[in-house]
Design a protein around this ligand. Structure first.
Ligand code: ADP
Ligand code: MG
Length: 314
């Protein structure tokens, strides 16, 4: 392709909300053999909603939700935000003490006056959160978080979590004072175009792959809905870049689509990194393409544009 053709294509992309950082990235997209999709916020809307809250101890449900929300109050994770939003429905303005920085959650701080003080908060990426409330340790997160803290998961709790995961929910476990006290089920709906885009890519001869930090069973349930068979789950952020490199072995050109901080190493490692426009700045910086409309259809637009610009025969 001539420099003029590349310039024209870059302009066509920009007019369609597909920002391309340079002619090399434009050229590589035509050869893409695999496209790896992050799950949360990329294939899904990133609007997590609590669907279930089950208490296994004798604790009152409102107290349980108050504890969990207080533990998650300092977290930026979409799962944390959904838990606060859900717990908020159970508590109103009648508990004056212990105001938390609710502004972080984009909501009126008065709505959160009922939150309890949480000390020594720490976020454990890919696992959950930990802190101390009322002098006792609280853990909110996945199985890995529980096992690493030597919290036993009774069979009836495990069975409940499995059930949630089979219906595409993320199971969030809660331990307080070294006992497993309850489980939340959180669902995040697919983007409406997701399944059509996956079908389209397959027709174009491109292999779709899903990668996520979420549990394997939950990931597979989402993958089934969207039509992806190659699923890599329970992957830590650095591991996402390893998935890219393993597919690149043998010379395949690999695209990666993601939105989060935890996707940026993989976006940088990919031959063609595509960031969701609504995603985090770090992901946008690491990528070669920015999909400004945050629509997965533009993964196809990007590949099409490259193919039309660079190959004579198609
Ligand atoms: P993804 O790759 O889908 O963006 P993450 O790496 O952000 O996922 O998180 C992986 C898993 O870690 C989540 O599915 C959840 O089980 C757990 N997790 C992470 N942060 C939190 C949190 N703040 N509260 C509860 N669970 C969490
Ligand atoms: Mg994501």
């Amino acid at each position: 392709a001539t420099p003029t053709a590349i310039m024209v294509a870059t302009g066509v992309g920009a007019n369609n909300g597909v920002l391309i950082k340079g002619g090399d990235a434009l050229e590589r997209a035509q050869k893409i053999k695999y496209v790896i999709f992050d799950k949360t916020g990329t294939l899904t809307q990133g609007k997590a909603t609590v669907t279930t809250a089950k208490v296994f101890s004798g604790m009152d449900r409102g107290e349980f939700l108050k504890l969990v929300a207080s533990a998650e109050a300092a977290s930026e994770h979409p799962l944390a935000k959904s838990i606060l939003e859900y717990a908020r429905h159970f508590h109103f303005f009648d508990e004056p003490s212990a105001a938390k920085d609710a502004q972080n959650h984009g909501l009126d701080s008065k709505s959160y006056r009922w939150l309890l003080d949480a000390l020594d908060f720490s976020a454990l990426p890919g696992q959950g959160v930990q802190c101390f409330i009322g002098g006792k340790k609280i853990l909110v997160g996945n199985r890995k978080l529980m096992t690493e803290n030597c919290i036993a998961i009774p069979d009836h709790v495990e069975n409940f979590v499995v059930e949630l995961e089979e219906s595409a929910n993320t199971g969030v476990l809660v331990a307080y004072d070294n006992n497993l006290i309850g489980v939340l089920g959180i669902a995040d709906p697919l983007k409406r175009e997701a399944a059509f885009v996956i079908e389209g890519l397959v027709k174009m001869g491109v292999n779709p792959v899903m990668v996520t930090g979420d549990n394997y069973r939950a990931a597979r349930a989402v993958a089934r809905e969207v039509g992806i068979t190659d699923v890599r789950a329970e992957v830590m952020p650095a591991g996402k870049a390893d998935v890219v490199r393993s597919l690149q072995k043998g010379g395949s050109v690999v695209g990666m689509v993601g939105d989060g901080i935890n996707d940026s190493p993989a976006l940088a490692a990919a031959d063609v990194g595509m960031a969701i426009g609504a995603g985090t700045d770090i992901a946008i910086e690491a990528a070669d393409y920015v999909l400004m409309k945050s629509s997965l259809e533009d993964v196809i637009t990007a590949i099409d544009l490259s193919r039309k610009t660079f190959s004579r025969i198609r």
